[in-house]
Design a protein around this ligand. Sequence first.
Ligand code: A2P
Length: 269
Amino acid sequence: VETSQSLEEIAEAKGMFAPRVTWVHHWTPGLFSFRVERPQSFRFTSGEFVMIGLAQPDGKPLLRAYSIVSPAWEEHLEFFSVKVPDGPLTSRLQHLKVGDRVLIGRKTTGTLVTDALKPAKHLMMIGTGTGLAPFLSILRDPETHERFENIVIAHTVRQREELAYHDFLYEEIKTDEIFGELLRDRFTYYPTVTRGEFHTRGRITDRLRDGLFRADLGLSIDDRPDTRWMICGSMAFNKEMIEILEGWGMDEGTRSNPGEFAVERAFVG
Ligand code: A2P
């Protein structure tokens, strides 16, 4: 601790929370996840993000937007982060240990919520890198399963080691006590790797354009009107996905004006 003020005091003064870290997991040298205790009054909608951070030496909060990985009903809050070697925040966050405190804002927000989408049969959640985070929340929200019959999470990364949550999405969720039965026949995990060996190679955008994605899922162009999309990744990826979806005649939705797809623009991968 570099400051004379404790993180709890700083949180109090700024109207934030300072929960303790309960779990840390490093996926690769560049990616990790962590959990904090959920403050009792903390509420959010699955798919939203919140400001997270630490205190600077002068006591000012250093914050960044993080999508919440855990669903809205879960007792902890989980986050998935890159480790940027010279990043002001992540170079410090990556050293978090169980028992440390982090700053968390009170206000959650975001456009990647099921309310932004018109009702349909299929929900495709397409992400790159840590853009996977909000989909892990949405996947485990009962509301999602009331609204959509068939759910797909596509995750594109450079190297297969970066497929964080792979075992969870590929295997564990299907035997999960709560979601196992519900998801077994209705959920498909679709990982792709762009710069290394893997059974499914290449950018998801290319697979969407050339029809491989829908062929792999057993869908046809006729299923498009009954399909909704959620997009979360780097700016270049988001832009390309919007071009593809708009090219198919789809409109972006918001909470007040639901559409065919939703994009998280606050996210910086
Ligand atoms: P690629 O390896 O071909 O650049 P990053 O780590 O740069 O954020 O990228 C994460 C993943 O997203 C990588 O697999 C990368 O593929 C892919 N990606 C980056 N930009 C785009 C884009 N415009 N469209 C589709 N995929 C992209």
